[in-house]
Write a protein that binds this ligand. Structure first.
Ligand code: AMP
Length: 450
């Protein structure tokens, strides 16, 4: 069963023109959140759906978008690495019910869906996908048992809260004439709203609003949501406040540096992570080299703090996507070399500090160290701008099984250092990370043992 998805959602209601081109653009900005499939549902009362495997601009190309009418719509980009990655799992997920159509687009992960699904199956429910999103929608349908145009924001919010609190869901519903957006009461995943000249929109990351003539941007709070219609929008609380569990990995790796996630600019956070890492783990060297892209900001911070110059010692082929997406380990290994190549004149005979945002399986780090040595680096010191990843994620970040995590394979950091063949290896401490983000209000689960 597929329960690890990192996704992006974008939807809303446009003022004057069809909403589809805006959703296309919004999703394009969110492409980093999911490269496996893309999809859109749009219409006014009726609904047109188009989704498939592939990147946003392939699936939702201009020819497709031109034919999608309607001012209301939701869109989704999806990314998964194990199973359930065929086109039926692309979202939005839509059904016909009592002569109307209803659709959802979901970012997050609802673990309780496994048991609930079994229960519903025993009651005769059939599922077309293994995804928690379909289950979530079907649960809402079963609880309401009435035509979707009669659904209210409050009752859908109540059903979500009663049944799925503890899970992560930033979720968009398309019901005839209305868009409902909800952020779960713990607020694991980000979600923002924008009121603009072009309409009212909700997105996983606020940077996707930069294409709009913005009047207002609002970061939706945990347990809050928005109801949007052609007549306007209303931000509403649908669930009581609960301890907030903002995913720290959004800041470390997942979100775009130009986004403000959970009240912090991601780029600035990453620079700070690099600075802290330099304070905690100094080493004498000639240059600091980032693992592009997500290692750039922490490397800059490391360089600023240590005074060691930042150099582009590794060139990234911009036409290669995120290597993590490849399902097999051997594919990932070779793809690191396809993605990154050393600039020999920069690293040759140098003592190099290489900075990445995180080390997960160790595949990337080991290949990089080898490449740098082949390119003539005299010493290679690896620094991770996040603490060791020791646990999987139940709330929607795709982290492999515990036993695949390099941090769990070795007793100590020196074992990992030996595996990645570096001269030295150090991680930012969990304490250091918490000093930056705060001790409370964040989900640090993947950085902590059970
Ligand atoms: P690994 O090679 O398995 O150690 O993965 C580490 C690399 O993957 C780093 O360069 C990270 O930027 C990136 N990464 C870390 N976490 C994730 C994730 N959940 N999804 C995709 N890429 C990731």
């Amino acid at each position: 069963m597929k329960f690890s998805e990192e996704c992006g959602i974008f939807g809303g209601v446009s003022t004057n023109y069809p909403v589809a081109p805006l959703i296309q653009q919004g999703l394009f900005v969110l492409q980093h959140r999911g490269q496996e499939s893309a999809g859109i549902c749009a219409g006014d009362k009726d609904l047109y759906i188009y989704k498939n495997k592939g990147l946003v601009m392939e699936v939702l190309n201009d020819r497709v978008i031109k034919n999608i009418r309607g001012k209301l719509g939701i869109g989704h980009v999806r990314y998964s690495t194990q199973g359930g990655s065929d086109s039926t799992h692309a979202q939005p997920y839509a059904v016909n019910y009592l002569g109307e159509k209803v659709a959802v687009a979901h970012n997050g992960n609802v673990k309780s869906a496994v048991d609930m699904r079994k229960k519903l199956e025993k009651q005769g429910e059939v599922f077309l996908t293994t995804s928690d999103t379909e289950m979530l929608l079907k649960k809402v349908i079963r609880e309401l048992c009435k035509t979707p145009s009669e659904w209210t924001f409050e009752e859908v919010g109540r059903i979500l809260t009663e049944n799925f609190t503890g899970g992560a869901w930033s979720i968009l519903f398309f019901v005839p004439g209305k868009i409902f957006a909800y952020r779960d009461p713990h607020g694991y995943r980000p979600m923002s709203l924008c009121e603009a000249e072009e309409g009212v929109f909700v997105s996983s990351e606020d940077t996707s609003f930069q294409m709009l003539e913005r009047h207002l941007v609002y970061h939706i709070e945990p347990g809050e949501g928005v109801e949007i219609t052609r007549d306007g929008y209303e931000i509403k609380r649908f669930a009581p406040e609960m301890p907030s569990k903002k995913c720290v990995f959004e800041q470390i790796y997942f979100a775009r540096p130009d986004s403000n996630v959970f009240g912090r600019n991601v780029y600035m956070s990453r620079v700070e992570l690099g600075r802290k890492c330099a304070i905690e783990n100094p080493v004498e060297a000639d240059i600091v080299v980032p693992v592009m892209e997500s290692g750039f900001a922490p490397a800059l911070g490391f360089s600023q703090q240590s005074g060691i110059p930042l150099q582009m010692g590794l060139m990234r082929n911009r036409f290669v996507g995120r290597t993590f997406i490849l399902p097999e380990q051997y594919m990932r290994q070779s793809s690191v070399r396809r993605k990154l190549t050393p600039i020999i004149d920069v690293v040759k005979d140098k003592r190099v500090i290489i900075i990445d945002d995180s080390i997960v399986r160790g595949t990337t780090s080991r290949e990089i160290v080898r490449m740098l040595r082949q390119a003539g680096a005299k010493e290679v010191h690896f620094r991770s701008a996040s603490p060791q990843i020791v646990n999987t994620c139940q709330w929607g970040v795709d982290i492999p099984t515990k036993k695949e995590l390099i941090a769990n394979k070795y007793e100590d950091v020196d074992g990992i250092r030996e595996f990645i063949e570096a001269d030295s290896l150090a991680y930012l401490s969990l304490e250091g990370l918490k000093e930056i983000f705060g001790h409370e209000g964040w989900c640090y689960s993947c950085l902590m043992h059970d």
